[in-house]
Design a protein around this ligand. Structure first.
Ligand SMILES: *[C@@H]1O[C@H](CO)[C@@H](O)[C@H](O)[C@H]1NC(C)=O
Ligand SMILES: *[C@@H]1O[C@H](CO)[C@@H](O)[C@H](O)[C@H]1NC(C)=O
Ligand SMILES: *[C@@H]1O[C@H](CO)[C@@H](O)[C@H](O)[C@H]1NC(C)=O
Ligand SMILES: *[C@@H]1O[C@H](CO)[C@@H](O)[C@H](O)[C@H]1NC(C)=O
Ligand SMILES: *[C@@H]1O[C@H](CO)[C@@H](O)[C@H](O)[C@H]1NC(C)=O
Length: 465
């Protein structure tokens, strides 16, 4: 064979190959048409509709769960298919695991483990559903539903839904106190104390989560634990206002985080920032219903807590328990430093600005000496309406809050609330700057540059961070 015939041969092979793959793509487009139709319609009965048998036509780098045996009928257990698709995609640079639209995949608690090749994507356009009954979760898998472990340089995106189907977990919860709930709780004694988070990232770096909806988690919706380099953009989280402990996004031991342009409404904190977090930027969030954006509870059981360099700006809160809040338990060690809350719009929020160093989740907690030290907290442009108290800064009697700035705070009582209270500041030092409404905010903070700390060696306690 001459070199030119060899070239011709390769050319023919190449052309044939491209034609085949164009055909394959056409074939796939045709197949997926009926799914598009269903998406616009009433999804409630999707799972009972007959659907075409899935044809596995894996595109290059694209691993559909349907190609790995998933049924997508909302009833069959598709966990193994998802794990298999993940394992295959994990080996390919830039691969994506596809959760196609128009299907509902029932997934048991699973771990999707890395490290994988760079730029792997989990493309969620359909629905992932957790087991609906508490009894179908095994005792050993209550920590979370879908656990991402050791993943680096990874993205979750798509127009789909992650549905924790948590309602069975919410009944008879400990946060309700009526006699009815008490009785229900008694009859419900098999309810585990531990409830799963929907999506959890553990020891993962350079992760983006965008566009998806996460709904009705048994407990927290999206958690990052011991991770870094996190971006959350344009997501929606929703669960009912009365669903207990259903935090939106929970950060723990996680640094370099940006959470933005998202809508979060749930039964607990929209964003909760816990110990070990620093360089966290939360902005352009609609929060409510829920408990607001919180740092803490920190320092429980005399533990060390360290949180620093937090920026929260351009947030709207509607009908939330608090707006921006720092809560610490008595007796804790460590510090909260360099926090800025600015351009915050509140609407009918119970207490828009809150520091609570006497945080307690029961009727009463034991008095303890010492506290997580709070310093450098700036509140700038917090504007809107409140229903209980505009400002509540209850700092530790032992260690004062230092360098607290209140600048341009304009808070009016919500319509219909007459018995509102004045601003309260206890042992908190810093400066305030007009405009300040109500005017009680003006004389709330104390101005001493070097306030007295009542417990010895409080510096040592802070230096644990
Ligand atoms: C979907 O179907 C259910 C049951 O037939 C019905 O109750 C519901 O209103 C429908 N929803 C929409 C959006 O059509
Ligand atoms: C993955 O790494 C590439 C190259 O550094 C970068 O462009 C991309 O944004 C990273 N992806 C994520 C999700 O961090
Ligand atoms: C936000 O996500 C939705 C899907 O949930 C998508 O349709 C929309 O284009 C996204 N917006 C941006 C700005 O990316
Ligand atoms: C305070 O935090 C911001 C945001 O993370 C950071 O840019 C700034 O350098 C920090 N300031 C100090 C004094 O650490
Ligand atoms: C804690 O101390 C406060 C103020 O001294 C007191 O009013 C309260 O009763 C104490 N609580 C307990 C549980 O000891």
């Amino acid at each position: 064979m001459t070199s030119s015939t060899l070239l011709l041969f390769f050319w023919i092979v190449l052309v044939t190959f491209s034609i085949t793959s164009v055909e394959a793509r056409k074939h796939q487009t045709k197949k997926s048409k009926p799914q598009k139709h269903q998406k616009g319609g009433n999804n409630t009965h999707d799972s009972h509709l007959p659907r075409p048998a899935p044809t596995p036509v894996p595109q290059y780098g694209s691993f559909s769960v349907l190609s790995f045996g998933a049924k997508g009928d909302g009833v069959s257990d598709d966990s193994n298919a998802l794990i298999a698709a993940w394992k295959a995609a994990c080996k390919v640079n830039g691969a994506s695991v596809e959760i196609p639209s128009g299907f509902k995949f029932l997934i048991k608690p699973i771990t999707l483990q890395g490290p994988c090749m760079p730029d792997v994507v989990l493309q969620i356009d359909g629905t992932l559903m957790a087991p609906p009954k508490v009894s179908s979760w095994s005792k050993s898998s209550l920590f979370q539903w879908i656990n991402f472990k050791w993943v680096h340089n990874f993205t979750i995106q798509g127009t789909g839904v992650v549905d924790g189907q948590g309602s069975d977990w919410w009944t008879g919860s400990s946060s309700s106190s009526s006699i009815y709930n008490y009785l229900q709780k008694k009859s419900n004694k098999h309810m585990p104390n531990f409830k799963p988070t929907a999506l959890r990232f553990y020891s993962s770096y350079d992760v983006t989560v965008r566009d998806i909806r996460i709904i009705n988690s048994p407990q927290c919706h999206l958690k990052f634990d011991s991770s870094g380099g996190i971006i959350v953009d344009n997501i929606t989280i929703s669960s009912p206002e009365n669903s207990p402990n259903t935090d939106g996004i929970h950060l723990q031991n996680t640094q370099n985080v940006e959470i933005h342009h998202s809508t979060i409404g749930c039964g607990d904190d929209c964003v909760s920032i816990q110990t070990g977090c620093s360089n966290v930027h939360v902005h352009h969030i609609n929060c409510g219903p829920g408990h607001g954006i919180s740092l803490g509870g920190l320092g429980k059981d005399r533990s060390v807590a360290c949180v620093s360099n937090i920026i929260v700006n351009d947030i709207t809160f509607q009908n939330t328990l608090s707006g921006v809040r720092i809560k610490t338990w008595q007796g804790g060690i460590g510090s909260v430093k360099n926090v800025s809350f600015s351009n915050i719009q509140v609407s009918n929020v119970k207490v828009p600005i809150m520091i609570d160093q006497y945080y307690c989740d029961k009727k009463s907690c034991k008095n303890q000496t010492g506290a997580v030290a709070i310093s450098g907290v700036k509140y700038d442009q917090i504007i809107g309406t409140y229903s209980v108290q505009p400002v509540h800064l209850a700092c530790s009697s032992d260690i004062p809050c230092k360098d607290v700035d209140l600048i341009d705070i304009q808070l009016k009582p919500s319509a219909g609330y007459q018995r509102f209270q004045h601003a309260l500041c206890w042992n908190s030092y810093g400066k305030s700057q007009a405009p300040l409404v109500p005017s009680s905010i003006d004389y709330c903070l104390r101005r001493d540059e070097n306030p007295v700390e009542r417990i010895a060696k409080s510096q040592d306690r802070q230096h644990q961070c």
